[in-house]
Design a protein around this ligand. Sequence first.
Ligand code: ZN
Length: 299
Amino acid sequence: MGERGSGCSWIWRLALILQLVGGIHSWGQEGHYATCKIAEEYLSEDAKAAVKELLPNSSHEDFASLCSWADEIRFHYHWSGALHYVDTPDFTCNYDYCRDCHDLHGHRDACVTGAIFNYTKQLEDTFQDSPMITTFNKTEALLFLLHFIGDVHQPLHVAFTGDEGGNTIIVHWYRRKANLHHVWDSMIIETALKAFYGNDLLFMIESINRNITNVWTNDLSDWKDCKSNQTVCPDPYASESIRLACKYAYKNATPGSTLHDEYFLSRLPIVEKRLAQGGVRLAATLNRIFSSRKKLAQA
Ligand SMILES: [Zn+2]
């Protein structure tokens, strides 16, 4: 998929992109930053070392700042656009990999869950020093994985085909006109930052981290778990997302409606829990990929 550059040209491109977008909060950046910052808390020493080795110095060791990279290069890597989401048939509130994971032209596996499987496999193969090591760009594989595990947890990234995951549903978010997808990508988080967290994203992340240790403690092992000893399991995450899309995102958000406090206050806990689950599961996945015990066992 797509042409892979050498490590050096990659870093040059990243520097250029950071220069172009410097200071601007691109859409959804806060959500991706939060997911990766939460993940950081749960990374094993092996995974931390592997991530540090794979990411360029320009991240200043704050790998969360690179978690929106996959959105920033979307226009450069046209083929990657379909990998950010998966659509279900209209009004179908369940997800099925075989039925749903394809792009607009019907290419199989070209969707967010397919991409998560693919990039996990690439990282595993390269980590285990298989011959694949020369074929793939490990840094890009990691950057895509960091981003897509976040995306699959946003309910409207697993939503109906006809309205493009809420992109064509125009509503008012308080007084501002917006599409429903954008409300869930950014506006719920931005409104919460202003209303409750003094516009400080780190403060919001701290509060989510506190909920993980105080409120969701008993759910943690379930969140981290992957059935049948798999390294990664995005299918249940996608199933959760479409269920939440039907139950909360689409509900009472018909075209032309005005969404305000009632919608905001009842949906914010869903958004915060999805950021928490995304972060914990991203870390658990990276811990499995970069487990040195596994590497030794297979040596
Ligand atoms: Zn995305």
